[in-house]
Design a protein around this ligand. Structure first.
Ligand SMILES: [Mg+2]
Length: 505
């Protein structure tokens, strides 16, 4: 079953035309994807009664080859099934089995659940900064991340409520457990959202769409919270689908029509595109994912950097091979920073390494993990990378300890490559991860590492500082506080991209 068959309103002739159109559109997109030039692949969108009408506006060469057609797809909306997720032996050999489940306006929904007087009212969690806004508040333009004062200007009746953090954790965990009743292949990416791959359990529980409906119904009935779910062939598309589904909806994207679905959406919906990237893309006239896909990859890379540009172009074509990884399989945590072309000197690499170490260890500590093997990656001007590792006798999760070990390793790399004067990327990865119920103090580390020793006052103070920072960030977000030496200027790639890249590790 594909998208057009979800509508019973078409006459038989129309249906045949539509089948043809869908096939043509798909083959054109495939040609384009293979790097073949298809001229003037432009979509013209009109709204007719209940449907979106798309015309393929092609030049004469392409028209001769394919003819000129149009496609009709059902209009999107809550509980809209854009096609279906039933396996259909489609030529890509893939079916839509990845769910992205995301609780709606999570913190605000929990507050409304806990206090019935807040239901139906515009509320925001936070104070100085809006951490979450109810849909009633969003109707006034209130958004998370917005200064509280601005939010009050937009919505006079806005009620700020304090955070019931223990309840967030409890209800977030409970919602993810509902997903785990269907499959062990769950990858939780934040307190209130997770991916699940249901490929292995459809014989037990029905199609991915059925599973998604059941999960939504159970979370609503058992926890009293609205959850939106996207179902698609890739993680990236499933996450986009869940955003399209909001509030309180389900969108299933049929692999046969996924590019039609994806390409008309705004780039801001893409995982990794924040306001800054969105604004940059707008400077080359790119506002939809389709426009991004059809832009010259070189111009996107020039604009956003090589790695980020490539990544986004791939995602715009729904090329996202990342599997759903359950937590048990996490083997390492890492982060990297593209620097452009910077001199290979302490003044450049120390703050960068500190920033990377901060990001990695904060994630490790949040998951009560620590790692024994530290690997640094240094990329030189000619894009050649060198790595160097050190395995410690005991695992670490402290920011300063990791930063200092990484510095030592980078110094070692540079000493071995005295002719290299420019670095273009630095990365740190921590592997051999172990669970640590209580974050331990850091181990002593050779002659220079004495001050990292567990018994010293310095080590105690550092561990306290790490935990204090973690607590503040847990409440107010990553950007709320930073170590003094982690220079903001060293970030040449937006944090959204880092988060995108780091989730993979
Ligand atoms: Mg959410």
């Amino acid at each position: 079953m594909s998208s057009h068959q979800t509508s019973p309103h078409f006459a038989k002739e129309d249906q045949q035309t539509i089948d043809r159109l869908v096939a043509v559109r798909r083959s054109m997109l495939q040609e384009r994807e293979k790097g073949r030039h298809v001229h003037g692949l432009t979509l013209v969108t009109k709204n007719t009664k209940g449907f979106r009408f798309k015309g393929l506006n092609v030049d004469s060469v392409t028209r001769r080859r394919y003819g000129e057609y149009a496609t009709l797809v059902p209009r999107g909306g809550p509980d809209d099934v854009h096609g279906s997720a039933e396996p259909r032996g489609h030529e890509m050999g893939a079916t839509a089995t990845i769910l992205h489940a995301d609780l709606d306006a999570f913190y605000a929904s929990v507050e409304q659940l806990l206090d019935p007087r807040l239901r139906g009212k515009p509320i925001a969690v936070g104070g100085g900064v809006v951490l979450a806004a109810s849909y009633e508040a969003r109707a006034f333009g209130v958004r998370s991340g917005m200064p509280g004062r601005r939010a009050r200007q937009l919505c006079r009746d806005l009620v700020f409520v304090g955070g019931h953090f223990d309840e967030y954790q409890r209800l977030g965990d409970a919602a993810i457990r509902v997903l785990s009743d269907f499959t062990p292949a769950i990858e939780r990416i934040s307190i209130d959202e997770a991916f699940a791959d249901v490929a292995g359990c459809t014989h037990l529980f029905g199609s991915p769409a059925d599973i998604a409906r059941t999960v939504r119904a159970r979370v609503r009935a058992e926890l009293g919270l609205p959850m939106s779910v996207g179902v698609a062939r890739t993680k990236h598309l499933a996450k986009i689908a869940s955003q399209v589904a909001k509030p309180d909806g389900l969108v299933v994207v049929d692999p046969a029509t996924e590019l039609e679905f994806l390409h008309e959406l705004p780039v801001a919906l893409m995982w990794g595109v924040g306001p800054a990237t969105e604004a940059r893309l707008a400077t080359i006239g790119v506002t939809t994912i389709g426009q991004l896909a059809e832009s010259a990859p070189e111009s996107v890379e020039r604009l956003l950097g090589h790695a980020a540009g490539r990544q986004l172009t791939a995602l715009a074509w729904n090329r996202d091979p990342r599997p759903v990884r359950s937590r048990g399989r996490a083997r390492s945590a890492g982060a990297q920073s593209a620097l452009g072309q910077r001199p290979a000197i302490e003044h450049v690499f120390k703050p960068t390494l500190h920033h990377l170490a901060d990001r990695i260890t904060a994630r490790l500590r949040a998951k009560s993990l620590a790692g024994r093997t530290i690997t640094v990656r240094v990329r030189f001007a000619d894009l050649r990378s060198v790595t160097r590792s050190l395995t410690l006798p005991a695992p670490i999760s402290g920011t300063r300890a990791l930063a200092e070990i990484a510095e030592d390793l980078v110094r070692g790399v540079l000493a071995n490559h005295p002719d290299e004067s420019t670095i273009s990327l630095l990365g740190i990865s921590v592997s051999h991860l172990e669970a640590q119920a209580i974050v331990q103090l850091e181990l002593p580390l050779g002659p220079a590492g004495e001050e990292r020793g567990p018994a010293t006052k310095t080590a105690v103070a550092r561990s306290r500082a790490d935990r204090a920072l973690d607590a503040i960030r847990k409440r107010f977000g990553r950007e709320a506080v930073d170590y003094g030496s982690a220079l903001r200027g060293v970030r040449s790639v937006p944090d959204e991209f880092r988060r995108l890249a780091e989730r993979e590790l």
